[in-house]
Write a protein that binds this ligand. Structure first.
Ligand code: KG4
Ligand code: ZN
Length: 350
């Protein structure tokens, strides 16, 4: 007789390894029962790309090749497990850089072929959403999981979108950015005002003590839609920078950063709250690299209309723990992929 362990999710127990290589982090992690983190390894290439002011795709894929197996081995060692203790391998299939995705996917296929473990391709945006299910290692008790219907604001370097989530793996995209993603806007504006890559953390850092009302930058509300646009804001920063430079003035980088950040946070918060009201959701979830932004986190936490889930900082930017959680929910819903699947560099969530 087998005695089934009870799980925090109510779904069957399983240990899933996640593998992530969609952009500039090579990562592997193991999650038990969809929530409990057993190991989490991230090899970041940020320093490598900083020199170029952005991700250099060719170098990213080469670096993934060098890092992928050591990272997988380390994830197993940290968890004190071997491959035979796992139930499945989940890997980011897209969206992302084709040459980067292929490295993680081929590694996962190799492991699956060698061990017979089921292979599960997952969407990177879905992984960001499931980062809110990761129980932080330091937490004494597993915190409550997000409740459906849920409104998810996904804000990363490649995407900015609002999704209505009615149940596990059930998404309806309400709107998305028409031009730059929020993270992309942070990265581009940082470059305009002379701050290093990645722009999000740089802007946040200098904005800390600065005046967020120093410049009145425009907000694109795009009323009547749940879409976003950040190109007008970026152009407004560019014009201001040019005017100051033309007058041979010193660039007030900190005030520019704070005013730009305020404009982004304002739009993201207000549009998310309106959509949450309109769709009568129970809770809000904010995820993706930009959800690491302190001003954005504080703005969402300060409102008291909806309970908000924002992952701990280390699970906001790309990692494999979130891939393993998304893989777990795919696994318990019987998704199994065959070895002939290909990467999907542009793959919408819904
Ligand atoms: O999710 P992520 O790691 O990769 C993608 O899937 O795109 O997001 C990376 C993006 C970058 O644009 C970076 O500037 C932004 O997230 N980011 C931040 C912060 N930390 C990372 N943006 C604002 N504030 C931050 N603290
Ligand atoms: Zn990401």
């Amino acid at each position: 007789m087998t005695i089934e362990r009870s799980t925090p999710t109510g779904f069957p127990p399983a240990r899933i390894m996640g593998i992530e290589s969609s952009c500039d982090e090579t990562a592997a992690a193991i999650i038990r029962d969809g929530r409990v983190l057993l190991s989490n390894v991230v090899a970041s290439q940020v320093d490598l790309h900083a020199e170029y002011g952005g991700v250099f795709p060719e170098m990213a894929s080469r670096q993934h090749i060098l890092s992928i197996y050591p990272v997988v081995e380390q994830a197993l060692m940290q968890a004190h497990l071997s491959l035979t203790d796992l139930d499945a391998i989940a890997v980011t299939r897209g969206p992302g850089l084709a040459g980067s995705l292929v490295v993680g996917v081929n590694a996962a296929k190799g492991i699956s072929l060698a061990t017979g473990l089921p292979l599960i391709g997952v969407n990177h945006l879905e992984s960001h959403i499931y980062s809110a299910w990761i129980a932080p290692e330091e937490a004494e008790q597993i915190p409550p999981e997000p409740e459906f219907p849920l409104l998810a604001l996904l804000v990363s370097g490649g995407h900015t979108e609002l999704n209505l989530i009615t149940g596990h793996l059930q998404y309806e995209r309400l709107g998305a950015t028409l031009d730059d993603a929020a993270g992309e806007a942070f990265d581009k504006v940082a470059r305009l005002i002379g701050l290093p890559y990645p722009g999000g953390p740089s802007i946040q850092e200098v904005a800390r003590e600065a005046d967020k009302n120093a410049f009145k930058f425009p907000r694109s509300w795009l009323d009547g839609t749940w879409n976003f646009s950040f190109s007008g804001l970026k152009t407004a920063v560019l014009r201001t920078v040019q005017e100051i430079k033309n007058q041979n003035g010193e660039l007030p980088a900190a005030d520019l950063a704070a005013s730009f950040q305020e404009a982004v946070v304002d739009v993201l918060l207000k549009k998310t709250l309106s959509a949450a009201r309109q769709y009568n959701v129970r809770q809000i979830l904010v995820a993706g690299g930009v959800s690491a932004n302190q001003a954005l986190r504080e703005a969402f936490i300060a409102q008291d209309e909806f309970p908000v889930h924002i992952p701990p900082l280390k699970y906001c930017t790309d990692n494999a723990a979130m891939v393993a959680v998304a893989g777990y929910y795919r696994y318990v819903h019987d998704q199994r992929d065959t070895l002939d699947f290909d990467v999907l560099p542009t793959w919408p969530l819904s």
